[in-house]
Design a binder for this molecule. Structure first.
Ligand code: HEC
Length: 151
């Protein structure tokens, strides 16, 4: 029940209670890891643009994906039975994730805010401002990993 409530709280982060597909626990783990990896790939693209030749369109595309992923309600993929390996899907989520919903929500809201801002700043094409906001976004990822992801 507690986990179910956590799921609802996290799902609600997207702003509304959505209809949810019934997923198996192993599918939830698989999809959330895919979402995180896809975000990380796009963060890497922004980093490469900041360190090399800056291409505004590529940065905009990457920032859009990151913000959209952050706003997609990924909390719904931390349902019951996803706290440990299941169906061949390994997970690095810490048990605390399921016990401290308020802290999860706080960190998730902070990261949603930073990714939304990254999307906004990317649209201006101001590379220096993107660099600053990219740093803040990365810190918001790390803040959650430090607390809720195993090494
Ligand atoms: C609210 C907490 C939270 C935030 C914010 C967050 N992550 Fe994560 N991340 C996790 C957790 C928990 C896992 C472990 C998932 C698992 O193994 O089931 C994870 C796993 C990952 C992984 C490894 C996936 C794998 O295949 O094992 C990557 C890469 C990653 N996150 C990137 C990011 C990036 C990039 C951001 C920011 C743009 C971000 N994360 C923001 C909690 C968070």
């Amino acid at each position: 029940m507690k986990k179910f409530v956590t799921t609802l709280v996290l799902a609600g982060l997207a702003g509304s209670v959505m209809a949810q597909q019934a997923l198996k626990p192993e599918e939830m783990i698989k999809y959330r890891k895919a979402g995180y990896n896809f975000m990380a790939w796009n963060m890497g693209k922004i980093k490469a643009n900041l360190e090399g030749t800056y291409n505004k369109d590529q940065v905009v595309a990457a920032a859009n994906v990151i913000a959209a992923t952050a706003n997609s309600g990924m909390g719904a993929l931390f349902g019951p039975g996803t706290d440990k390996e299941v169906g061949g899907q390994t997970t690095r989520v810490k048990p605390e994730f399921f016990k401290e919903p308020d802290k999860v929500k706080e960190l998730a809201m902070a990261y949603i805010k930073e990714t939304n801002e990254l999307q906004k700043v990317a649209a201006t094409g101001d590379a220096a401002a993107v660099k600053v906001q990219f740093g803040k976004t990365g810190e918001s990822c790390k803040a959650c990993h430090d607390k809720f992801r195993k090494d």
